[in-house]
Design a protein around this ligand. Sequence first.
Ligand code: FAD
Length: 290
Amino acid sequence: MIPAAFDYARPTSVEEAVRVLAEGGPGATVLAGGQSLLPMLRLRRAAPTLLVDVGRVPGMRGVRREVGRLVIGAMTTHHEVLHDPLVRRHAPLLAAATRTVGDPAVRHRGTLGGSLAHADPAADLPPAVLALDAELVAQGPHGRRTLPAGEFFAGRLRTALEPGELLVEIRVPELGADWGFHYEKFRHCAQAAAVVGVAAAVRRGSGGIVQARIGLANMGATPLRALAVEAALAGADATAAAVDRAAGAAAEGAAPPVDRGVDTEYRDHLARVLTRRAVLAAAGERGWRA
Ligand SMILES: Cc1cc2nc3c(=O)[nH]c(=O)nc-3n(C[C@H](O)[C@H](O)[C@H](O)COP(=O)(O)OP(=O)(O)OC[C@H]3O[C@@H](n4cnc5c(N)ncnc54)[C@H](O)[C@@H]3O)c2cc1C
């Protein structure tokens, strides 16, 4: 289908983008890589009056290292995130989740910020930023503010961004060598989004698991932290039996959707199985560190 008519602006700075967004009012929408927005325009599920294309804004793209964290521009593409040596070394969970996104064409156009701002509960990167305890930086008419990832996702395709606010960067804390990571995803076919996805960050000590942070995709209207699993894993042995017991709580507090013929019971089962696999891999030899 052909999208409804819209105006188009291509600002060259964050300040200009914010001003143009404000002037465009409620009909103004940010265009990043277009991998989610363009299909919605074509299906007329979205009909903005103005598209503000932030593809040429310098400073919104790339990865840099600050003390104790990585700062990733919102317009950094999935391909760039996946192949960035800083990400692979200091935030390997993000790279692990990113390599499961779509196909190379999607990864060359789609952006980290676009995926987070789109807030699809089935997307792979939101659970990774939850498990990494990342912070998201927004800039709007009233300046900059920082939101913890846990406060960013407000509902299905809804975020805590205020009207006129632009997501500009994602700050990912570097976790030490005692942390291991893994992303598990079950999907219908090669290109599809997750039926359920599990992002695990696990801290190992000599006595077993010290701490774990688990993000879930597609187990509710927003990506979720599996808090009951995290509590059960704190101080647990890193054995298959102990991890299996903890993973039994993966669906606690979740409200999985019923879609594409997948019922709640099956998603609960997947959450348990994938959580067990992800935690064991993150806690063990296979914990993914590039
Ligand atoms: C064939 C196909 C397969 C895919 N498979 C997967 C998959 O397996 N896993 C997965 O997670 N995703 C998948 N995706 C989605 C992909 O990851 C998209 O890249 C992503 O969802 C959106 O990023 P984008 O940069 O293209 O954003 P856009 O499509 O340009 O924008 C998406 C939304 O976010 C808003 N937005 C974008 N950037 C900002 C910003 N900086 N500040 C404020 N708002 C902003 C836009 O206004 C829009 O509402 C797939 C997409 C396609 C087309």
